[in-house]
Design a protein around this ligand. Structure first.
Ligand SMILES: O=P(O)(O)OC[C@@H](O)[C@@H](O)c1c[nH]c2ccccc12
Length: 516
């Protein structure tokens, strides 16, 4: 270990940094010699492309809010002891992401920080399906390429390299290795000499740690004093440690700081989301951000001719459904479905339509929220219903994909028994049916982001149905209320009371008789 930062205490006893470093050396040696996780194994895993997709942390910081927030998952630390032992990495990561973090930093050191590589991997999985997910940073005492390969395989987009810990040739080697894996590291410095080393390295993200790792003293002026050295360069300057108020953040912005890394005060916050917004000077979350159409859209199933579809379009339907499984009594052929599709598409404006642009300052959205918002904005612009192909449990995935292409379906509706993963093979929006009588496990399944986009809860008059609907609704999954046999306005009103379905679905007979 480099002692250029004077990390050996004056009395000759090892500093905490040295203790951590010595322990980590042992841990890494052990992992390297364990069958299945040897360096050769990690190389094999990387060459099999088993590492999850990486995002550019530089791009993520440049395109996000200014300054970017690097929110840290930190259960304990050597200087503060226990901070938040019961914190769950996955739920903490999701809260950070939805609150507006650009980067999620996960401490993976087990002994002093009570973290793990599993925490990092869970944090990544929790935010995987967000359309604009934050980058994942492995916060670790890194001295070996092995730790960087391990980070990449477990879902990191970037790693920390601490200049004070690494002789320059080693720092350079680790930096290039990380770049080779697609990860621009966060290079941590604490004084002008280290800053110069980081600049000479060509680092694009440099973090100034306000906390001296030797004596743990926090001096918030450390970042301010070094800020000038990065001026005019293509470097994102980050302030690390001791940040606990919007006042701290504001001062740094004026000094050219592009991102702030916050751990302890976020882990201790009672309302994490509100605290993030306060730190970033964002207004509190508004109702508009939890978008639903003002009134539920109408979905009418069992359409069989272009004329019917055009009539429904005229009457303002949001979705029209055609049955595409041959055994259904109202089934249409692929040819009929194509004609309906063509008729609807001819209604859509030919000109290029301007979509409501999404402000870059908007906080990160969830999978379901993003799809509901985008779909609503398409409907808003075109005012033409989406064509849904409805399939029964007898349809194979190949048949469904074929039909989606041939009839140019806007959406596919899968039966409750279709495997969940089918959604990721279907080239259009996916609605998943679920009976209102579904058990808790089934309802939890349909809340999984990253697969289908909407859930249609089939109400058949059974007790408990409204509860089921409310449960799904609670999680932000856009719900289409399937009203089998329910036709009257008052019945619909009774069903939707207290919940906000995204759409209400009825049969074409039901629709016609309700109108009559
Ligand atoms: O909890 P704070 O004061 O917000 O600090 C976070 C972060 O800067 C700190 O965890 C940190 C900065 N550099 C490190 C290196 C190793 C371990 C931890 C760190």
């Amino acid at each position: 270990m480099s002692t250029q930062n004077g990390s050996v205490k004056s009395n000759g006893a090892p500093s905490i940094l040295q203790k951590i470093y010595a322990q980590r050396r042992q841990d890494v040696e052990q992992a390297k010699s364990t069958p299945g996780t040897t360096p050769a194994d990690l190389d094999t895993l990387l060459s099999l492309n088993l590492a999850p997709p990486v995002i550019s942390v530089v791009d993520r910081l440049k395109s996000g809010p200014k300054p970017g927030l690097m929110a840290e998952i930190k259960r304990a630390s050597p200087s503060k002891g226990d901070i938040a032992l019961t914190a769950n990495a996955a739920s903490q990561a999701l809260t950070y992401a939805l609150g507006g973090a650009s980067v999620i930093s996960v401490l993976t050191e087990p002994k002093w920080f009570k973290g793990s590589i599993l925490d990092m991997s869970l944090a990544r999985r929790a935010i995987e399906a967000l359309p604009n997910r934050p980058a994942i940073l492995r916060k670790e005492f890194i001295f070996d390429e092995y730790q960087i390969a391990e980070a990449r395989l477990h879902g990191a987009d970037t790693v920390l390299l601490i200049v004070a810990m690494l002789p320059t040739p080693q720092l350079k080697a680790l930096y290039s290795y990380s770049i080779g894996l697609g990860m621009e590291p966060l290079v941590e410095v604490n004084n002008a000499t280290e800053m110069q080393t980081a600049l000479d390295l060509g680092a694009k993200i440099i973090g100034v740690n306000n906390r001296n790792l030797h004596d743990f003293n926090v001096d918030m002026g450390t970042t301010s004093r070094l800020a000038d050295m990065t001026a005019g360069r293509d470097v994102i300057l980050c302030a690390l440690s001791g940040i606990s108020s919007s006042e701290d953040v504001r001062q740094y912005i004026d000094q050219g700081v592009g991102a702030v890394l916050v751990g302890e005060s976020l882990m201790r916050a009672t309302d994490t989301t509100a605290f993030i917004r306060e730190l970033l000077c964002l207004p509190p979350k508004t109702e508009a951000e939890t978008l639903r159409p003002a009134a539920p859209l109408g979905k009418v199933d069992g359409v069989s001719t272009p004329e019917e579809a055009l009539q429904l379009a005229k009457e303002g339907a949001g979705l029209v459904g055609v049955y595409l499984s041959p055994e259904h009594k109202q089934a249409v052929s692929l040819k009929q479905a194509s004609q309906i599709s063509l008729a609807l598409r001819q209604l859509r404006p030919n000109k290029v339509v301007e979509f409501d642009s999404v402000s870059k300052e908007t906080p990160n959205e969830s999978w379901f929220h993003a799809h509901a918002r985008r779909t609503a904005s398409v409907l808003n612009v075109t005012s033409v219903p989406l064509l849904v192909g409805i399939f029964s449990s007898d349809s194979s995935l190949d048949n469904i994909v074929h039909a989606a292409h041939c009839a140019q379906l806007d959406a596919v509706q899968l039966s409750a028994s279709a495997p969940l993963h089918w959604a990721s093979h279907i080239p259009c929006l996916v609605i998943r049916s679920v009976p209102a009588s579904a058990n808790l496990r089934e309802l939890q399944q349909v809340q999984k982001p990253g697969l289908h986009h909407f859930v249609q809860v089939e109400f058949d008059g059974e007790p408990g149905a409204v509860n089921a609907q409310a449960l799904v609704g609670q999680w932000g999954v856009p719900v289409i209320l399937g009203t089998k046999g329910v036709i009257g306005e008052s019945q619909i009103a009774a069903l939707t009371e207290g919940t906000r379905p995204w759409a209400v679905c009825m049969s074409i007979e039901g629709y016609k008789s309700a109108k009559a």
